[in-house]
Design a protein around this ligand. Sequence first.
Ligand code: PLP
Length: 404
Amino acid sequence: MSNMMKAMNLAAPGFTRRKFLKGLAVGAGVASLGSYEAAAQMVAGPRVRPVRGWGVPEGLIRLSSNENPIGPSPRAVEAIMQYVYKFNRYYRGRGLYAQIAERHGLPVVTPSNNNEDRAEPWVTLGCGSSEVLYAIASAYMRDGGQMIEAAPGYGGVVRTARNFGARVRLVRTTPDFHQDLDAMKAAITEDTRVVVITSPGNPTGIIAPFDDLKKFVSDVPSNVMVFVDEAYIEFARNPQDRIGAAPLILDHENVIVTRTFSKIMGMAGLRVGYGLARPHVIEKLEENKGGRVSSLSVVAAEACIEDQDYQDRARASAWAGHDYLTGQFEEMGLEYVPSQSSFMLVNVRTDADEVTRKLFEEYNVLVGNGKRRWRMNNWLRVTSGLQEENEAFIAALKKVLVSS
Ligand SMILES: Cc1ncc(COP(=O)(O)O)c(C=O)c1O
């Protein structure tokens, strides 16, 4: 029996497509091509090579973690290469604080290297913005209290606050997935310490407009911290929206804004993020953080923040991906949430556990599972990838939905 015939014989009931593909690939004498790659190649159409994403193994299509698919900024890579022989030293440069403050129109004050000197910066750096989110929970809810966030929401502060024993009040988004600022305001009690607003929301991708935020901040008691998480705001189509909430800090003591180098700047693995607030708030956050960001991460961030061309390319890639994906979802008759972020929600009208499992096991495609994370039983959260990654995802999704 030929190898091909043997493989075909194995494709009997109970024999999965994955095993079939593996048998086919090995049987056909292409042992170097694993089953995942073969599957990815198949769903990508008549290509002669497997889908190749940046920073992932060949054939893996990772659209689950909202990472930047276009690879790192060449300027950031160059900066690291130039610095690489110096990391035996602690990093003394403070230029990144100035670059960040300037970018957001805040007073440029850099922290001093000397502990005696009391410089009062408006910026704090973190090991990813995650560290700043942790610091917010630690600074304001270590001895309990209440916090408010939208549901569905990112939940980064919620996780830490709960560990500290704080109470969490989740406020449902409106039916079209906007954060309901009026309801969040109404949920504030004497015990409320922090309100978290994520703009654009994760997983919704919907922006909280500046005017709404401004009104919200003016209306809430000044002892309630309003934290605006802007991890994805640079993907917004309207440049005005990308300014975000930082200008509110000039007039309000109780506003904290975070951003990250993990998304538009393509540096997720280097772990750099930052918080913006008035100096006494920054000081409080500093007291609640761990160590310092590594020298290689800082030099990469300094280079990347100036690399406008790279950021434009990352934005263009996300938008092109959204246009393609929404076009496909419309053709397939699937409801989706129009997103201003690098990912979007889609309702596949089938159990999300089942769909995400099949996408991964049969086609090596990873997407976010709305059921597991937000109890959105039929929803996936899909990061916009490179065009060929998006095409492979859609091809795989079509096959999975037909078989479900
Ligand atoms: C809304 C939101 N905030 C914060 C973060 C934390 O990102 P990082 O720690 O990489 O800056 C993420 C990560 O996915 C996120 O989605």
